[in-house]
Each structure stands twice: as structure tokens, then as C-alpha cells.
Design a binder for this molecule. Structure first.
Ligand code: LMR
Length: 394
């Protein structure tokens, strides 16, 4: 049997982890996978997470199964964090999932159950695992323009022109904040236009929100997702705790399905539970429990919010100093977009050959489409990267 298998293409983002690890150069710089690093290069366990884990160790007296949807307290806490009352609770079905990828996968499986013929629209570009999972599930997809290569900002005219092609019942995947891989985001007025257009087309939005708190703040980063949830009869929201709680390897995420009414919510919930059962039975609990403890304990929550804000401001400072250094070196505002982008990533606009050159000559690792993880920098490496970008001709 196994002899019939073909090799699978390596995931381009994950392949960078191994390539970086195997590079013997001491001064190499890792701007690849979307993992936060502090100025010393460490991905820390957040203070509130440590405290919650210690409390959990002291108080947890069983590890028996939770429910198929995970602990309902986790869903309540996350729905509060993300939607903050934007939609009546009895319209929201929710399941815990193994990370944000698990939420995306379960969302797509739910769509396939409910509407196998629906086309899923993706921004061009998007996180490469989106089209990969869709293809694997045998679903139809289409692209809408998103990024203007010249300004490195959102191609809003192109986006609106393409979304006019959405048919009733199609699903449109939107990044709630901190667009991955570009770092370019819609402003509030543009979100309102997108929502109005998609409503008129009869679309079902699927919001991927993986970086809440990494852009303009916890609340600001959720505003678009709240507007979507409040604006449509139905939508899906896939959330990740990997980044904003730093619990990457615990695999902690939530999928919400906002239904038309409480009756349809019940059926949606039963289908989400069914999908969990088919794929892995009960979702992982440890990370979800830690997140619940943090969100429901005022002291822990305040500490978590404070540390998350430090993380956000650190990335913002790095953006500003990289943009300033590039301005100094080029004597132009060509790279001003780096300071305007939000979240972990910016697509710098280098060609694959230029990305390769930066890796070969300077040991700088970024994704081939020139997506760089801003958090991989520190005060000492910002000027080195700026020099390398300019030298590459990008
Ligand atoms: C990324 O885009 O780098 C992260 O979301 C990690 C991943 O799984 O790709």
C-alpha cells in the first residue's frame, strides 16, 4: 500500500525552520515562520500562562473527557474576547479546535457538509495553508485581488471589482486583522464597503482571526470581525490562541458559526460536534483551559493584556525603526509602508531571486514571496536587514 504514495511538497513556511536551523552561520537572522520572538530571540511562555499552568497543576483533579465541543467556558470566554456582545449568544455555535488551523479545517468541513458546491474566495495572496486545505478537501475556490505590489498597500479597487463576482451562497475568507502574508489591512471605511457588497451578493463570510492584539490592540483588532458578525445572518469565525497567548504547541483555537436564529444554531452546533467526533473526538483541553483561566480571572487577564501590549509595541517599534533606517539609506519614502503595515508580517516586495540573495549573502531567512516576520528582528539586526534589502535591489 505505502508504495503507492507520492512525495508531498514541503510546506514552504515550515521548510524554512529546518533550513535556518541547518545554517551554521552565527549571524543568521530568522524572519520566517510566524512565531513571536522577544529581543533576545526567545519565544517566551507568557507570565499569565505560567501562573495559570501552576494553578491548574495545583487544582486539577481529573483529566477525564470534556464535551465534544470542548469546555463551554472556553467558548464563552473566547466569544466574549472576540465578539464582545456583537451577536446574541444563542445564535453562536462554537467548538474548540486544535489551533487556528483546526478551526479553519473544521469551518471548511462544515461548509462542505452544508453547501458542497459553494466556492470559497481567498485573497491573493493569502496564508498558503488556506488553498492547500481547500484543495485537499476537493472544494472549489476563487481568488480576489488584495495587494498592490507597487504601493504595498491593499488593492482596494481590485478587491471590490473581483468580489462583485461572488454568487449567493459563496464563502469569502477574510483576514480579521493583521493580514498574513502582506501586513496590509483594510481601514474601517473599506471594511464597511466590503460588508455592504458581500451582503448584497448573498455571501457567507469566513473570518480568520489569528493575530488579535498584534495590530492596533485587542479591541481595535476585533472591530472588523464584530462588524461582520453583526452584519450578516450567517458567518463563520476561526480564531487562534497560538499567537496572542503564545501557546503555539498546545493547539488552542475556536470555531464559531453564527446562525440565523437559535433554532439553526442548535443544528449547527450538532454538526460541529459531529465533525469534531469524526476528526479527533474531543479537542485538546490544556491550552483552552489555560486561556479560560486567564480570561476569567481579572488579575491574570490584566497581566496577560499588559504583556500582549508589550509584544505589540515591540513589533511596532521594530517596524518604525526599520522604516526609518530604509528611509535613511534610500533617501526616499519607498519603504514607508513597513511602518503602516500591522501584525507580524510585511511583504517587503523583493523578488524570489532577491530573497534568495539575502539568504545566501547575509543569512537572512524570509518566505520566498518576501514575507518577513518583523518579530524576528531586534535593535541590532534592523540596520543589517535594511542594508541587505537595499543591496538586493528590492
Ligand atoms: C505562519 O504563517 O508563519 C504561521 O501561521 C505559522 C504557520 O503554521 O504557517
Amino acid at each position: 500500500m505505502l508504495e503507492h504514495l507520492k512525495d508531498q511538497p514541503a510546506d514552504k513556511i515550515l521548510a524554512l525552520i529546518a533550513a535556518f536551523r541547518d545554517d551554521p552561520r552565527k549571524d543568521k537572522i530568522d524572519l520566517g515562520v510566524g512565531v513571536y520572538k522577544d529581543p533576545t530571540g526567545l519565544t517566551p511562555v507568557m507570565r499569565a500562562v505560567k501562573t495559570a499552568e501552576y494553578k491548574l497543576w495545583q487544582t486539577q483533579d481529573t483529566k477525564t473527557y470534556t464535551g465534544l465541543a470542548g469546555d463551554p467556558a472556553f467558548a464563552d470566554a473566547m466569544i466574549g474576547l472576540i465578539l464582545k456582545g456583537a451577536v446574541a449568544r444563542d445564535r453562536i455555535a462554537a467548538v474548540a479546535t486544535p489551533g487556528g488551523t483546526g478551526a479553519i479545517r473544521q469551518a471548511l468541513e462544515l461548509i462542505r457538509l452544508a453547501a458542497p458546491e459553494a466556492t470559497v474566495w481567498l485573497s491573493n495572496p493569502t496564508w498558503p495553508n488556506h488553498p492547500s486545505i481547500i484543495k485537499y478537501l476537493g472544494m472549489k475556490s476563487a481568488e480576489y485581488r488584495y495587494f498592490d505590489e507597487a504601493s504595498r498597500d491593499v488593492d482596494f479597487a481590485g478587491l471590490m471589482a473581483d468580489l462583485v463576482g461572488v454568487r449567493a451562497g459563496d464563502v469569502v475568507l477574510l483576514h480579521g486583522c493583521c493580514h498574513n502574508p502582506t501586513g496590509a489591512n483594510l481601514n474601517a471605511a473599506q471594511w464597511a464597503e466590503v460588508i455592504a457588497l458581500l451582503k448584497a451578493r448573498g455571501a457567507v463570510p469566513l473570518v480568520d482571526i489569528a493575530y488579535q492584539g498584534f495590530g492596533d490592540g485587542l479591541d481595535a483588532d476585533a472591530l472588523a470581525t464584530r462588524a461582520v458578525a453583526a452584519g450578516f445572518d450567517e458567518c463563520l469565525i476561526a480564531a487562534s490562541c497560538s499567537k496572542n497567548f503564545g501557546v503555539y504547541r498546545e493547539r488552542t483555537g475556536l470555531l464559531m458559526a453564527v446562525a440565523r436564529d437559535a433554532k439553526e444554531q442548535k443544528t449547527a452546533q450538532a454538526n460541529l460536534n459531529f465533525l469534531n467526533r469524526q476528526n479527533y473526538s474531543f479537542p485538546p483541553d490544556h491550552g483552552a483551559r489555560i486561556v479560560t483561566m486567564i480570561l476569567t480571572d481579572p488579575e491574570l487577564r490584566a497581566d496577560w493584556e499588559a504583556e500582549l501590549e508589550e509584544v505589540r509595541l515591540n513589533m511596532l517599534t521594530l517596524r518604525q525603526s526599520l522604516a526609518a533606517e530604509l528611509q535613511r539609506l534610500t533617501n526616499s519614502d519607498r519603504f514607508g509602508f513597513v511602518a503602516q503595515h500591522r501584525g507580524m508580517f510585511s511583504r517587503i516586495g523583493a523578488t524570489p531571486a532577491q530573497v534568495e540573495q539575502m539568504r545566501a549573502e547575509h543569512g537572512i531567512y524570509m518566505v520566498g514571496d518576501s514575507r518577513m516576520n518583523i518579530a524576528g528582528l531586534n535593535a541590532a539586526t534592523v540596520p543589517i536587514l535594511a542594508q541587505a534589502i537595499v543591496a538586493s535591489g528590492a
